[in-house]
Design a protein around this ligand. Structure first.
Ligand SMILES: [Zn+2]
Length: 281
């Protein structure tokens, strides 16, 4: 009797704990492709808008395949602010538009001068450059204005603050990286094309056509890296660190992990800046 009572109490406690405290309403939610975009929506809306992130942590937006739950979550959203050229977006957006006829779809990468590489064709990683992120933030701002015109004053006020923040970050990158002496670094997956181009660095990818590198390719990279006196190898959380460590040993470089899909976009930017400065100075 005693036992069953405590079990009952335990169950009711679990039930209370699991009950969502706040059910997001369809009128107040947007979906974005990746977590860093949430940083910008939150900054512009002052966290007044619910944000659903479509590609979960640990998945690559270049090849993500959404599960049925992701698709039903879209029902609650007023808009899908996609980046615009991720592999998963090109594969799935026609189906999504077909299934959710009233969903507004916006591109966060409108107006970008795209860079190309072997792995992506058109490289989608614009949010990794503070400079390009000003364009990204502005596109997100315009999308939110269109979806929630009644919040125009709040958004405009927050956007001004965000613009100031992005301008200072852009300046900080330019000043800090201006003086480093080693300008080339290795990276497993080429996620820093725009950052490198905007601040005068050279990024070499270890990955081969978007796949694990062959032994031949690894050997070629090791030789090239030795010649260029490369000191830093960056590796994303999602990728296998082993190949990077093989090269690091051969050339005497540091392997450092980064997380381009970090939801705390600014903290990640500052972290990467620190890593670049300390290893390339
Ligand atoms: Zn990529």
């Amino acid at each position: 009797m005693r036992l069953s009572l405590s079990v009952l109490i335990l169950f009711s406690l679990i039930a209370v704990a699991c009950k969502p405290t706040h059910e997001p309403s369809a009128a107040n939610m947007v979906t974005v492709s990746i977590a860093p975009q949430k940083y910008f929506v939150d900054a512009i809306s002052g966290k007044q808008i619910e944000v659903s992130v479509f590609v979960p942590a640990g998945s690559s937006p270049d090849s993500y395949e959404p599960n049925p739950k992701r698709m039903t979550d879209l029902q609650k959203s007023k808009a899908f602010i996609q980046m615009g050229n991720f592999g998963f977006e090109m594969a799935w957006m026609p189906k999504i538009k077909d299934q959710f006829k009233t969903l507004k779809v916006f591109n966060a990468n409108e107006g970008i001068n795209f860079l190309s590489d072997e792995e992506h064709g058109q490289n989608p990683h614009i949010w990794m450059s503070a400079k390009q992120s000003k364009i990204l933030a502005n596109n997100i701002y315009k999308a939110l204005l269109e979806c929630f015109p009644e919040k125009k004053d709040l958004f405009a006020q927050n956007m001004k603050l965000l613009e100031t923040e992005l301008d200072s970050l852009d300046l900080l990158f330019a000043h800090t990286l201006d003086s480093v002496s080693h300008r080339t670094f290795l990276i497993f997956h080429p996620a820093l094309d725009y950052m490198a181009a905007d601040y005068g660095l050279v990024q070499l990818a270890i990955e081969e056509h978007g796949k694990e590198p062959s032994p031949n390719h690894l050997m070629h990279i090791s030789e090239e890296s030795k010649n260029l006196n490369i000191k830093l190898i960056l590796i994303q959380k999602e990728f296998d660190v082993e190949n990077a460590q093989v090269i690091a040993k051969q050339i005497g470089a540091n392997v450092v992990q980064i997380n381009p899909l970090n939801e705390n976009w600014k903290a990640e930017q500052l972290e990467i800046l620190k890593i670049l400065y300390e290893n390339l100075k």
